[in-house]
Design a protein around this ligand. Sequence first.
Ligand code: GLC
Length: 435
Amino acid sequence: MVLSEFVEKACNQIDLTTEALQQVAAHFEVAMREGLAGRPSSLQMLPSYIARPTGAERGEAIAIDFGGTNVRVMKVNLADSQAQCSQSIKFTLKDPGGAYDYTREETQADELFDFIARHVVEVLAGDRSMLPLGLTFSFPCRQEGINRAVLIQWTKEIRTSGVEGRDVTPLLAAALERQGVRNVRPRAVINDTVGTLLAAAYKLRGVEVGSICGTGHNTCYLEPRHPLTGKPMIVNMEAGSFDGVTLTPFDRAVNEASVRPGGQLLEKMVSGAYLGEVVLAVLRTMVAERLLPAGNRSWDRGTLTGVHLSQVLEDGADCGGTKSVAQTELGLMGLTNEQLLGFRRVVESVAGRSARLVGATYAAILRYLDPGLSQEHVVAIDGSLYAHMPRYPDGIRAGLEAVLGTGASRVTTSLIKDGSGIGAAIAALVADAQG
Ligand code: GLC
C-alpha cells in the first residue's frame, strides 16, 4: 500500500461520521439511564450528595486538589459569587529526581496522607481559626455521603497500598491529627468534574454539566430528581469508562498495552494521557508496512504527550513543528514532506475524534435533561486539552452539532480554571452549613 492510501484508510477508520456520532450519543443516553437506575452499565453514575451552590455561600476553607501525581493545597475565600485563593502550594507525589514516590505500591496509605497533611500545615502558616476542608479526589469513588468516599480503584497509574476499598476522609482526618492540626475538619469529598461544575455554578447561571478534558476525561451533571433522594444531585458519571464507541485496530492496540485492558475505554480514545498512544499505534503500523523508517528511539508509553500533539496541530504550511516532533521525540530523521503531512493528518484525526466524541456525549446529557433543547445550557470544562489544544473547542462544537443540529446553538461551553480547588472549598462550606 502506498502512504497516501494507508493514511486515508487509517483516518477513515478513526474519523467518525455524523451517523456514528449520533449513535454514540444514543448509546450514551441509554447507558446514563441504566446506570442511574442501578442496572448494569459502563457509566457508573456515582452520587455526589451535593447539588448546585446558590452563590450565597461565603467564608474561608482549605481545599485539597488531589487529581493525580500533582497535588495542590489552597486556602480559599468565598464571598458574593467570587472565589479568592489566598495561599496555594503545589507539590508532586513522585519526585522526578527519584528522592521519594508516594504513588508506589510499596507506599502505605498513612505515608501518603501524612505527606499531604504536612502541606496543609504549611498552607495554614500558624492560622488556628476553625476551617472546613474540602477534598477533590479525582478517582472513581463509591460515595455514601458528601463526606464519605470509598476509593473503588486507583486510576492514572497510582498504586499506593491501603487506599482502595477505604473511605478517604478518615485517612485524611487521621493524618491531620498526627500532624497536630486540630482546627481543620474534612467536610466534603468531591470529584474534579463536580468541582468544576460547583465553581462554574457559583458564578454563572444555567450550568448543569461539568467536565474535565485533560490528562483524564470525565463528566458530571446535575440530575434534577435523583432516585436516592428525589431531589437535585450532581452525578459523577465516570464517563471515561463508557464502552459504546467502536474501537479501531489502533484503539485495540492501545487498550491491550494499557495497565487495565478493557477499562476506561472512552478515556483511552479521548484523554490527553492516551491520544499520543493512539497516534503511536498508527505510526507503528506505518513502520511495519515500511511507509515510515524505523525511528532511532524507542517509542515508550508517554513518548508523545498532548503538548507534542498540539505542536503538530499548530503547524504552518512548512510542517516545521511536525518535523521537530518527529525528530526529537520519535527519532524519525529525514522524513519526506508527504510523510510529515501523513503524520500530521493522523494527529488531526485522533485529536479531532477526541473532541467530537466528547461533544457527542455532552449532547446526550443535554438531550436527556431538555429533550426539546428549549433552554440555554452551559457546559463548564477544565483541562489541558480544552484549554490548550488547537481547535479542540471547535471539535466539541462539531460533536454537539452532529447530534443536536440547530439545537446546539443553545449550548455554550465555558473554560473554568482551577474548578477542582475552588469547587472543593465550595463543597466544604456547603457541607459545613448543613451541619
Ligand atoms: C479519571 C478518573 C475520574 C476523573 C478523571 C479526570 O477518569 O477516574 O474520576 O474525574 O480522570 O481527572
